[in-house]
Design a protein around this ligand. Sequence first.
Ligand code: PEP
Ligand code: MG
Length: 364
Amino acid sequence: NPELSEEFATLMGWVDKIRRLKVRCNADTPQDAKAAREFGAEGIGLCRTEHMFFQDDRIFDIRAMIIATSEEDRRRSMDKLLPLQRADFEALFETMAGLPVTIRLLDPPLHEFLPNNRHDIAAMAHALKIDEDSLTSRIHAMHEFNPMLGHRGCRLAISKPEVVEMQARAIFEAAVSAGEKTGAPVQPEIMVPLVSIREELEFVKARIDSTAKAVMKEMGHEIDYRVGTMIELPRAALQARKIAESAEFFSFGTNDLTQTTYGISRDDAARFIADYIKAGVLEQDPFISIDIEGVGELIEIASERGRFARPDITLGICGEHGGDPVSIEFCERVGLDYVSCSPYRVPIARLSAAQATLRRHQRI
Ligand code: PEP
Ligand code: MG
């Protein structure tokens, strides 16, 4: 309805003049990024790269990398994935030309990437020329009882730094070529997941920095990039002062932060949270709206400590709460720089951000 879309455009014009918070999107395909841009997203706040590996031409190599026992084998798999990842990132940079793009390094719960049926295991054993029984026992040995609290995020990066080097190289090479193609220089932002102490971030950042140096030398091109981290574990929030010494930005991963603060599995919470609300034990679902006295307090602590160490640190949120009006009001109050949410929540987030700014003014 053109009349409605004109009224919508007028409303959003007012909204954008008022709001202080920037609104980015969570997107890992050019289609989602394009839709979000049309909805007014001002960048990508979270590209979940693990989503990029499920296609038929990729899943084999990422699995092979995870189960490989030698660095040489891991590198071989990564070499095959490099051109595919470069094309993924180039497309995102082109779609978001002129806007910031935050790419998160691989963060899969491991079981999602392990072959889990006899057919896949047999095919993999055949392709890797290894005995099916020894492959099966290798996979069993990697079984985790609680994958969400297991070998994922920066933990995987520390065990298998070849993944970091491949992804960083793909990002930097893509940034150079997308910049040349669009004429808009790309400043990639690389985000490290599941960090809880500074040393984890420093280990991964050292690999990113050395890859940047190598790519710049090879391509004869300066690359302006930023490295930051998710804050999604209580310990990371408490350690924010030290972590900020190595991070140019923080992005609050409130899905995991809620899970780990409450000790409630994010995948199982729906089974009983409604009962809690019905019984009056909880007022709201903490996985939907930020719990101000729990997760919210950790966000406040981390923001304060992060700014203390690095006054110009960029602070954002990329958990599901980034598209929730109640949480957005909290983000405004704490003074975050941006919220990031799924493409279709971008207009609501823009509107909520403006309402939050107005309420703050009213309070003052
Ligand atoms: C989060 O934990 O809030 C987050 C954004 O990361 P993911 O949902 O991918 O774990
Ligand atoms: Mg997370």
